[in-house]
Ligand binder design. Structure first.
Ligand code: DX5
Ligand code: ZN
Length: 215
């Protein structure tokens, strides 16, 4: 499956978002973390900022909603022109209905899982989604240490998916140290925040990560 590197803007400079977006032109998409102080103990940005980002870039926008009540808020991000909208299974009240609504609006539907959430009970909803996002840290903050215990879930997810065309995204602690293990386990979309924006040359780091994931 095609390897994609989607840097997280959480580690960009929020006062210079356009500058930092332009610094990662080789990215396969921009991962945008929306947090609400409720689902996670942090607050980031929301719809108005995503609408402004949409105006200044043609990049694939990959929205990661770490919010309560995604059933209510997620469709607006698809309407704002995001190509992918991921909501968390722990927060959604009607995940099947929400995934279908996102697809109807023209976006890819993503299902996010926290580290302690199992994939096996979700086998029946796989046909409703385009991506499974596997958190490899507890959600809420950039710069945390990768949780190795998530690797077996990546493998099980890829096995459950079988020959369906579903992306497996990993998010949290992805770096030159951990990306190869994620790829071997079956991930094909890689979020990296601190690894990309903490590098001297963010665009070169994207190339390095892509090479390691493809090896
Ligand atoms: C954390 C976010 C991640 C975060 C990853 O809850 O979902 O996207 O930005 O940051 P790093 O790559 O630094 O772990
Ligand atoms: Zn994220």
């Amino acid at each position: 499956m095609e390897i994609k590197i989607t840097p997280s803007l959480l580690s960009a400079d929020f006062a210079n978002l356009q500058r930092d977006i332009e610094a990662i032109g080789s990215a396969d998409g921009l991962h945008i973390d929306v947090m609400d102080y409720h689902f996670v103990p942090n607050l980031t940005l929301g719809l108005p900022v995503v609408q402004s980002i949409r105006k200044v870039t043609d990049q694939f926008l990959d929205i990661h909603l770490m919010i309560d009540d995604p059933d209510r808020w997620a469709p607006s991000y698809a309407e704002a022109g995001a190509q992918s909208v991921t909501f968390h299974v722990e927060a959604a009240k009607a995940p099947i209905r929400l995934a279908r609504e996102l697809r109807r609006l023209g976006a890819r539907a993503g299902l996010g899982l926290n580290p302690a959430t199992d994939i096996d009970s979700l086998r029946d909803v796989l046909d409703e989604v385009d991506m499974i996002l596997i958190m490899t840290v507890e959600p809420g903050f950039g710069g945390q240490k990768f949780l190795d215990l998530c690797l077996s879930k990546i493998e099980r997810t890829r096995t459950l998916i079988g020959d369906r065309d579903i992306w497996v995204q990993v998010d949290g602690g992805v770096s030159t140290e951990t990306i190869e293990r994620c790829a071997e386990a079956g991930a094909n979309v890689f979020v990296a925040g601190s690894a990309v924006f903490g590098a001297d040359d963010p665009d070169a780091m994207i190339t390095t990560l892509r090479e390691k994931a493809s090896a």
